[in-house]
Design a protein around this ligand. Structure first.
Ligand code: UDP
Ligand code: MG
Length: 318
């Protein structure tokens, strides 16, 4: 039994049709499945449409978060509560092609892969700026964390054992793509082409993407702190050189010509200090977040049988 997990945020117009088409496709392929849809605090008709799905189809279960917690939190809510021998995560806008699901299931069932991950063979329709930003982010992520998530996507099939492993990770600042690479296991990378959106528009704002990028890098590595260290060393060397020069000028009675140097130095040191402080501050903010121990998401309501048995809980695990 496979649970198809979809995060849903303001997809009211298309969600019904999208789920029905996936359902029909899987039925034709004789893949035993059920749906778990997570409403990430949608403000449109998504929840009504999802309830309609659950009424019409016996194999659709729902979780409704109390507000918009973001896709990562929605995925967490889904993974922590999903039943089934495997969980398949995909976008509800069908940008992850459902036709590839049978192949993923076969790789899992017959070839014994624990993680079958969709790898984007091209990034679909995206602005040039979006492409450059994504490439820059993945490069930074790989260089600083040593984990290559390259063209990874959230289109993944996870075996039950991997889902259980993921559940033992205690941190709150998750990055699904990164964590599922981090846990290891027998993995298979399946290239797929990103389809155009089934309708509506992307739910990501530039601000949300920058936040995701910064969060996911700082969640995996303290490399930016080392960067600050090396910056400091560099500044130190510069300072020694400048001291020698300044002293020389002083003894040569030409001191006042060094005035601009002083200003430059002040500027440099000022900016270095600012950058360092902000990076340190970032990590402190993260510690603060983890220490607060707040749950990652709150569940407003649940229905259906795709969720685990002991789930009358209204809070997440933590
Ligand atoms: N999504 C979500 N919460 C959010 C933003 C997005 O659950 O705050 C869901 C959305 O409904 C969709 C998936 O995440 O199923 C991918 O979002 P979208 O298609 O907007 O992103 P893109 O494909 O442009 O990266
Ligand atoms: Mg999309």
């Amino acid at each position: 039994m496979i649970t198809i997990l979809m995060p849903v945020y303001n997809e009211g117009e298309f969600i019904y049709q999208n789920v029905v088409s996936v359902d029909e496709l899987l039925k034709r392929e004789n893949i035993e499945h059920q749906f778990l849809l997570i409403d990430d605090g949608s403000r449109d008709s998504s929840w009504q449409e999802m309830s309609r799905l659950a009424d019409d189809r016996g194999n659709v279960s729902l979780i409704r978060l109390s507000r918009n917690f973001g896709k990562e939190a929605a995925l967490c809510a889904g993974l922590e509560n999903a039943a089934g021998d495997a969980v398949l995560v995909m976008d509800s806008d069908l940008q992850h092609p459902p036709e590839r699901i049978p192949e993923m299931v076969r790789l899992w069932r017959e070839e014994g892969y624990d993680v079958v991950e969709g790898v984007k063979s091209d990034r679909g329709k995206e602005s040039l700026a979006g492409k450059i930003a994504a490439l820059a982010f993945y490069r930074t992520f790989r260089k600083t964390t040593g984990i290559d998530i390259g063209v990874a996507s959230d289109f993944k099939l996870l075996d039950r054992s991997v889902v259980e492993a993921w559940k033992t990770l205690p941190e709150k600042n998750t990055f699904f793509r990164g964590l599922s690479a981090w846990v290891g296991y027998k993995r298979y990378a399946m290239p797929f082409e990103v389809a155009p959106r089934a309708g509506g528009e992307t739910k990501w704002t530039f601000k949300a993407l920058v936040k995701l990028a910064v969060n996911s890098i700082t969640a995996y590595t303290a490399a930016p702190l080392f960067l600050v260290f090396w910056l400091g060393v560099l500044m130190g060397i510069g300072a020694v050189v400048m001291t020698v020069q300044t002293l020389f000028m002083y003894f040569a009675h030409k001191a006042e010509t060094g005035f601009s140097t002083v200003i430059l130095l002040l500027l440099f040191i000022g900016s270095a200090v600012m950058i360092s402080l902000s990076i340190i501050g970032l990590y402190i903010a993260k510690i603060y977040d983890e220490v607060k121990g707040r749950p990652r998401y709150l569940i407003r309501s649940m229905r259906g049988k795709a969720v685990l048995d002991d789930d009358l809980v209204t809070l997440s695990r933590r």
